[in-house]
Design a protein around this ligand. Structure first.
Ligand SMILES: Cc1cc2nc3c(=O)[nH]c(=O)nc-3n(C[C@H](O)[C@H](O)[C@H](O)COP(=O)(O)OP(=O)(O)OC[C@H]3O[C@@H](n4cnc5c(N)ncnc54)[C@H](O)[C@@H]3O)c2cc1C
Length: 315
């Protein structure tokens, strides 16, 4: 239970995915007082397997989370709160950062680390959201190897990014399958990629997609009233911000908090890491578990150094 009197900590961390858990572990080991607040919705939870993470490749994503939670819980100076941050006040440098949670908790922190991830705005076509992460995949790096040799489809449902599905179809055709269909769902395909699609044998189907049924390995997509079968469907949802901090600089898509090489945001007391953050020099945001772990570690290190300099009077 959290008390109504604010608990003062050195660092508050919002989100216990791979980034937040790693940061809490680093800070816990350096004997910082930390509150790690988590609402229990890690991004890859719909997937049955996690890939490209050394030592746990192919294991359920929950395994990393549960081991991480246990390791962090071993540090009595880190409090894990299972709740949602609903209120946040970051004012002037002399006033502690104030957080409040949906269960009535309240915290004062000297530094804030946002590791709240992003939310996937999955297509509303019936059957897609239920299969997201299990038959309907967002990323050929995370899931391409597992669908090697299958008949694949790429589903377009974001008119604002028209070239991406076509290029993803070509990518899949060059790596994993010679049988790839681009389901444009009636959205136009940019002229400049027509020849590339044709050269790589991509089948174009412009009919409206009304439903996806079946299971991973045997999916049925209804396009223009006809049932088409595929081994897997790729669909890249737009990323939405999960937790915003008023006044911080964000990228042009509005989903990512901009950070420097120390994972520091435009407010010197606020850091961000993992999927919710984007380095200013990154041309595109890259969202993978290993990168979230690395960024969470870097953020914790620089937060600790920051506090060390203040405590030691180094300016
Ligand atoms: C279906 C799917 C499968 C994937 N598979 C892979 C894979 O195989 N390999 C790979 O490398 N990457 C994979 N990814 C990407 C991977 O999931 C992310 O890169 C990774 O989870 C990012 O970690 P994170 O710590 O930044 O955020 P997350 O893991 O999303 O964790 C964020 C945490 O913050 C919490 N939170 C959010 N808002 C609040 C709030 N207001 N208060 C309290 N808590 C809050 C959430 O509940 C969540 O627990 C996959 C993604 C998806 C969508």
């Amino acid at each position: 239970m959290t008390s109504p009197t604010p608990t003062a900590v050195e660092v508050a961390v919002i989100g216990a995915g791979p980034a937040g858990l790693t940061a809490a572990l680093v800070l816990g080991r350096q004997k910082r007082t930390v509150v790690l607040i988590d609402s229990g919705q890690p991004r890859n939870s719909p997937a049955t397997e996690m890939h490209m993470y050394l030592g746990l490749d192919g294991r359920p994503p929950g395994e990393l989370r549960s081991v991480g939670m246990d390791e962090v819980a071993g540090h009595p100076n880190v409090e894990i709160v299972h709740s949602t941050v609903t209120g946040l006040e970051v004012t002037d440098a002399d006033t502690p950062i104030r957080l409040s949670t949906s269960d009535g908790g309240s915290f004062l922190a000297e530094r804030l680390l946002v590791t709240a991830g992003v939310r996937d705005d999955v297509s509303g076509i019936p059957g897609v959201a239920e299969r997201f992460g299990q038959g309907v995949f967002h990323c050929p790096f995370c899931h391409g190897h597992e669908v090697d040799g299958r008949r694949l489809a790429v589903l377009t449902d974001d008119p604002e990014n028209p070239a991406q599905p076509g290029l993803q179809a070509v990518y899949l055709a060059t790596h994993f399958s010679r049988d790839v269909t681009l389901l444009t769902n009636g959205h136009p395909v940019p002229e400049e990629i027509h020849e590339t699609l044709a050269r790589n044998g991509i089948v174009l189907d412009h009919r409206p997609v009304t439903e996806v049924t079946g299971t991973d390995g045997a999916l049925t997509v209804c396009a223009g009233g006809e049932d088409l079968t595929f081994g897997a469907v790729f669909h890249t949802p737009r990323e939405q911000s999960r937790h915003s901090v008023l006044g911080l600089e964000i990228d042009t898509e509005g989903a990512h908090i901009l950070v420097d090489w120390q994972q520091r945001t435009s407010d010197p007391r606020v850091f961000a890491a993992g999927d919710c953050a984007r380095r200013r020099d990154d041309p595109v945001p890259l969202a993978f578990v290993a990168r979230a772990v690395a960024a969470g570690q870097a953020a914790a290190l620089w937060i600790d150094q920051d506090l060390f300099r203040v405590r030691a009077g180094l300016g």
